[in-house]
Design a protein around this ligand. Structure first.
Ligand SMILES: Cc1cc2nc3c(=O)[nH]c(=O)nc-3n(C[C@H](O)[C@H](O)[C@H](O)COP(=O)(O)OP(=O)(O)OC[C@H]3O[C@@H](n4cnc5c(N)ncnc54)[C@H](O)[C@@H]3O)c2cc1C
Length: 435
């Protein structure tokens, strides 16, 4: 391998804050809003032109049901209060379906009203560490290479870019072989006749159509590893969100793999549209409208925290003493790492648990690195537990808890690992979060 040695150089400390949040997805915008509302001077850094992560730039179809959170309710209430006629012809879409343009606006409003200082178009390319403590991040943007400092940094990049560069220990993908769930480039199609269309929205949704059963037809006719039908209603007349491209064997922390995934997905997209024309009633005249800004990555790094969430915690509906995210409910959504459909370890229709579960603060505190909190799909959990807590409403719950914890730790002048959990829970109670 050849190497190039970068010349040493000084870079400007462009800004500093009490709480520095890297990544503006559900886990990041929630953490930033919560930190700012709890009195912390807060910066949110995001590589793209909008916040929302998979919910917006990733063109996700819907927030999964089953979560009960005041911040989530506030966001959705605001979404549904926005004036009809600008973002969609009429109100009335399902409560959890996402209008991407509308959500982008609502989130920016909520962040700026909370006083969060935004750094969009800014990529976090390194962490700044001193004696095992994260002090901030190095960014690259049109403005050049800059440093941003934070008393506490929250890593909400999904992949844990800050934590990885700070040397925090992690497991990539599943424990036995580091394989990650497949990736998907979301896209939207128009021209669907809703009056006749059926929209299979899960692998276990079998549907008899004139030429056979739709999931079996997909396995037979789509180019592998594509081979399932997942389509969802949108706010726009005749438009449907399609979650059917599928690429296995991708490590989402490698640009080379993401490039390969993008090429494969873009080959699959026209074939999927042709398949829908041919086999799914109501889709005979559908056409491609637009696609996501980035390939959607379901799984990458699981960091080692002071506690690691397990599938058993979720099934037992555990209430941890140090809860920071409550009323979480979802199934084990493990997509097949080798092809289309659900993994043998996944459980959707047949999922059962004792009730809603909580997430402990310790799962968000990296085991050995100080000055840093984890938020969202990169917290400490097994491959199977992650398949459950990775959904967006639960990532929002985690974000609210972590942002609150960061603000309390800054206020009290302590490391995240020493933050007073009762004070954090008291502050969460005041925001309507109860156990
Ligand atoms: C294809 C697919 C389908 C899914 N379906 C659903 C569904 O139907 N319902 C549901 O609720 N959930 C669904 N999920 C899960 C959910 O979307 C994600 O797990 C969730 O969004 C994770 O939230 P997050 O905030 O941790 O990460 P993300 O949403 O990925 O947000 C991370 C943010 O950080 C930014 N970022 C990343 N790295 C950097 C960097 N180095 N510098 C600056 N910014 C950076 C990104 O641009 C992004 O905005 C799906 C996921 C995928 C991939």
């Amino acid at each position: 391998m050849d190497f190039y040695t970068e010349p040493e150089r000084k870079i400007e400390i462009a800004d500093r804050a009490d709480v520095l949040v890297a990544g503006g997805g559900p886990a990041g915008y929630s953490a930033a809003i919560a930190a700012a509302r709890n009195g912390a001077d807060t910066i949110l850094v995001e590589q793209f032109n909008c916040v929302g992560g998979m919910a917006t730039s990733g063109m996700m179809s819907h927030f999964t049901d089953g979560c009960d959170s005041p911040l989530f309710d506030e966001m959705m209430d605001r979404v549904h209060r926005e004036t009809a006629g600008i973002f969609c012809p009429a109100q009335g879409a399902g409560r959890h379906q996402i209008s991407h343009e509308l959500l982008k606006k609502v989130l920016l409003d909520m962040l700026t009203e909370a006083g969060v200082r935004l750094k969009l178009y800014t990529f976090v390319c390194d962490s700044i560490c001193e004696n095992g403590r994260v002090r901030g991040v190095v960014t690259e943007s049109k403005s050049g290479r800059k440093a941003l400092l934070g008393t506490i940094t929250v890593d909400a990049t999904g992949d844990g870019d800050v934590a990885a560069r700070a040397g925090a220990e992690f497991q990539l993908g599943r424990e036995e072989d580091s394989r990650c769930q497949p990736v998907t480039l979301m896209f939207r199609i128009g021209g669907v006749d809703y009056s006749r269309a059926h929209l299979p929205g899960s692998f276990e949704h079998l549907l008899d159509v004139p030429k056979g059963e739709i999931q079996a037809l997909a396995r037979e006719h789509l180019p592998a590893p594509a081979g399932h039908v997942l389509v969802y209603p949108t706010w726009l007349p005749g438009e449907v969100c399609v979650n059917m491209t599928n690429v296995t064997g991708i490590d989402g922390t490698r640009a080379e793999d993401l490039t390969r995934a993008e090429l494969v997905c873009r080959k699959q997209m026209p074939e999927i549209v042709l398949f829908l024309h041919e086999y799914l009633p109501g889709f005979e005249h559908c056409y491609l409208v637009t696609s996501a800004q980035n390939v959607g990555v379901r799984e990458t790094r699981h960091f080692k925290g002071l506690y690691t969430m397990t599938a058993e915690d979720i099934v037992a509906g555990r209430v941890f003493d140090d809860w920071i995210a409550t009323h979480n409910w979802f199934n084990f959504d493990i997509h097949n790492v080798e092809g289309a459909g659900l993994d043998k370890d996944g459980a959707q229709k047949h999922f059962s648990a004792r009730g809603q579960y909580t997430i402990p603060y310790r799962a968000c505190v990296p085991e050995k690195v100080d000055g840093l909190l984890l938020s969202g799909r990169n917290i400490s959990g097994t491959h199977k537990a992650h398949s459950n807590f990775r959904v967006m409403p639960i990532c929002m719950n985690i974000g609210q808890g972590v942002g609150t914890a960061a603000a309390i730790a800054v206020r009290d002048g302590v490391e995240p690992r020493h933050a007073d959990i009762r004070e954090i829970q008291k502050a969460l109670n005041q925001q309507g979060v109860t156990v």
